[in-house]
Ligand binder design. Sequence first.
Ligand code: ZN
Length: 307
Amino acid sequence: MGDTPQADPAREFVDFMRHRLLPAVAEAFGRPTPTPFISIIPDALMPESLGAEYSEVLFSTPVIERLYGEPPICRSINIRLTTAVEIASFLRGGSLLLEPEERARVLGYFRAQLSVLVHEAIHSLWPNSASTVRQHEAELSVPGTRALYEGFTEAATREHLDDILLHCGAASVDANLLTCEAIDYEIYPGILEATQTLVDGVSRMAGGTAAEQYRLIVADRCGAEALSGLVARGLGETATPTAISRACADIHHDWSELWQAMAKFHVVSEEPRPLLNERRDTGRLAATRQLTAMQRLPQRSPAGLSL
Ligand SMILES: [Zn+2]
């Protein structure tokens, strides 16, 4: 026993992210495996969030360049220490030791935590160079774009989550992970429902599956380009560029208002249930209005009709 190395949960967690979760996420969306800088942050520095992703470009690019050479690694995935330790324990089979009732609750908790990791991993799929990171940050400062970015990312997470949990091996620790409900997982309420409703509607209009649409949305970085691509596919070949950009401008306008209304509740939230439900209804309504308007656009767009 004396020669057995001490378990290092932080190291186990980083290995899981690098060698299992990130490749599984990349494969689900047809992207190359990213190489973000994975950091484990003391809980006190990130008290509200299980995980977060941000660009390193503004404050530590020189350090990252020294550490990793070219091209610089300009994105990082940051996880609270508690989360990393708990995930490592789950992967070692810790939850299997629990009594059935407690185990069901704990699995729901891990499903929520793994969802956060998948969400942050999707953010890390691009871009890595300093100039593309700067461009991306500039795009996100346009009102409404961050709402799209987060909404599409979380909606894509939910659509592909089970496949990714299977592929990365987390589901083989305990298969009930796939059937349990995520506990206390209220992320981007309102914006999530808006993006899900829009993508489902466009999938029906375009005649494909939502999973396919999310692959295309993720390939387009979940932002403004992803929105115009989605709208173009929904409107079909008859739509003029003017019709597409008008529909996108309307969605941006609606969702930037929605985003401002719920921005401070964008992490795991302890909002009262009625308020969360109201936000969800508002999001669905905003997207349904857009879908109705889009369905009318092709009839209004033949040559000769100005939009
Ligand atoms: Zn996010």
